[in-house]
Design a protein. Structure first.
Length: 263
């Protein structure tokens, strides 16, 4: 059995969006898996039919869900998370539940102050109605184009939207938005943990949802830890980088970094 790798999706993408990554990592000798979030259906179509099951799950629910998955594994896994999945991966790594983590365009953790205008626009479909804190919210193709697919062609963005998008719970966004005003925020990560495994942060230079400035500010939150914390930036990529036609380049970079860490 190879080293287990858990892939954690973010808001608005289904777990099956990692399928190509699973094949690639299995070929490289790992034992990959991509469990869904609490309430997700087994397929994109099933998730779209049942948004009520997805709604009202917060960050702590998702972290507990993946912690339970980890408990069933024969050894601590490597975690690879995108967007809010990247935040979850960082939380689990800080709790010493993983060997290492890669956080790709990770959502803003507590302590990160920049709130770029593009990020506000990308998340407006949730924040425009306070009741969305307890609901699942879907994006339109145009909203997906701005939040995810701005660095690819409109045709590709629309294809990704049709293939992978599902409703997303609003609660994690509300929790992240209020994190710096809440001492017990679920968006808090143990960035000072000296004994945790290595962490790679990946930023995208054209990301509207998690701009590069947010990822660089996240890196600064780890300045009090001597544990390995690296940053890799892809200047021409947007938030869709894990599912669009250039996903293989990101996967290759992740595999190369894991090899550097002897993992």
């Amino acid at each position: 059995m190879g080293t287990p790798v858990l892939f954690i999706h973010g808001l608005w993408l289904h777990a099956t969006s990692w399928d190509a990554w699973l094949t690639r990592f299995r070929t490289e000798g790992y034992e990959p898996a991509a469990p869904g979030w609490p309430g997700d259906g087994p397929t994109v179509e099933a998730s779209r039919r049942d948004p009520e099951s997805i709604g009202d799950h917060g960050i702590d629910d998702v972290v507990a869900h993946f912690a339970a998955v980890i408990e069933e594994l024969p050894e601590p896994p490597i975690l690879i998370g995108h967007s809010f999945g990247g935040m979850v991966a960082q939380k689990l790594l800080g709790q010493d539940r993983a060997r290492a983590a890669i956080a790709i365009d990770a959502a803003q953790i507590k302590g990160v102050l920049p709130v770029p205008l593009s990020a506000l626009r990308a998340t407006l479909p949730v924040f425009k109605n306070p009741a969305n804190k307890h609901r699942a919210v879907s994006l339109t193709a145009e909203q997906f184009r701005f939040a995810f697919g701005n660095a690819v062609s409109r045709e590709e963005s629309d294809l990704l939207f049709e293939r992978w998008t599902i409703p997303a719970p609003g609660r994690p966004l509300f929790e992240a938005a209020s994190a710096n005003f809440n001492p017990h925020s679920p968006a808090k990560v143990d960035t000072g943990n000296q004994k945790r495994g290595p962490l790679l942060l990946i930023a995208s230079g054209k990301d509207h949802t998690v701009p590069e400035s947010v990822t660089r500010a996240t890196l600064k939150q780890y300045r009090h830890s001597d544990a390995v914390t690296d940053l890799r930036t892809f200047p021409d990529r947007g938030h869709s980088l894990v599912v669009d036609s250039g996903w293989s380049d990101i996967a290759t970079a992740c595999l190369a970094w894991l090899k550097e860490q002897s993992l």
